[in-house]
Design a binder for this molecule. Structure first.
Ligand code: C5P
Length: 227
């Protein structure tokens, strides 16, 4: 699969669990909004342009902060669910990108090697690709009667973003969706497309709670970057 790589960065969530005011993606990490870190991480991995999906009324705010991003970015309004937000981003992507990445703005520090692994897998012919990491906690699964059983964690993987796709496959997956899914490889799987796993990184952590921002700040200081 050749041609430029384009990205959809979903940033329309409210970020209630992080606390504070305003959308999570505009919260600062080392003096820059999370969404700017996320977009520049994709750019470093070869993404040529991005559509950022945001809550209604915030398009101008996002486009203003993203004026300093390494690649051109346009903002579009998202939907009530992540799935709807991705679909809206997909509908406005520039025509020329056949390799599409979908990334959470809430994962600002994804390393460039992870982005490259995802892109390389799609370029090599995979239709739906996700980075994953092993699960380190022991996990117990609850039953409806509130009893629980341990799960074999050696067979579990935690899913990250950016996920990578052949564009036509992602379009078909979203067109065919009936049930709610929480990521886009699951949408592809629902139409029978095999999912390819590549190695992710703990550094691609999702900023959900205040603790995660502290971890991200600490990570940045080990990279020798700002902060
Ligand atoms: O809620 P969750 O943590 O799964 O959100 C993951 C990403 O999806 C976040 O970057 C969030 O901004 C985005 N999102 C969205 N539209 C929604 C809900 C979540 O763009 N309606």
């Amino acid at each position: 699969m050749s041609g430029p790589v384009v990205a959809i960065v979903v940033a329309a969530g409210s970020g209630v669990r992080l606390g504070g005011t305003g959308p999570k993606a505009l919260r600062h990490l080392a003096g820059r909004p999370l969404v700017c870190w996320a977009v520049d991480a994709l750019a470093a991995g070869g993404v040529r342009s991005a559509v950022v999906v945001v809550a209604a009324g915030l398009e101008a705010d996002f486009e203003a902060v993203l004026g300093s991003a390494l690649i051109p970015v346009t903002a579009v309004v998202g939907g009530a669910t992540r799935q709807e937000s991705v679909a809206r981003g997909l509908a406005t992507l520039p025509d020329d990108g056949q390799v599409v990445l979908v990334h959470d703005a809430a994962r600002p520090l994804v390393p460039v090697e992870v982005v490259r692994r995802v892109v390389d897998a799609v370029r090599s012919g995979a239709l739906a690709v996700t980075p994953v990491v092993p699960v380190t906690d022991t996990i117990r699964q609850l039953s409806p009667d509130q009893t629980s059983a341990v799960v074999d964690r050696s067979r579990l993987r935690a899913v990250q973003t950016p996920q990578g796709f052949d564009r036509d496959t992602l379009v078909q997956a979203h067109a065919g969706l009936h049930d709610e899914v929480t990521d886009d490889v699951a949408a592809c799987e629902a139409i029978g497309v095999p999912v390819t796993l590549v190695a992710g990184s703990r550094e691609a952590l999702k900023i959900t709670e205040p603790f995660d921002l502290i971890v991200a700040q600490a990570l940045l200081s080990t990279r020798g970057g700002p902060g």
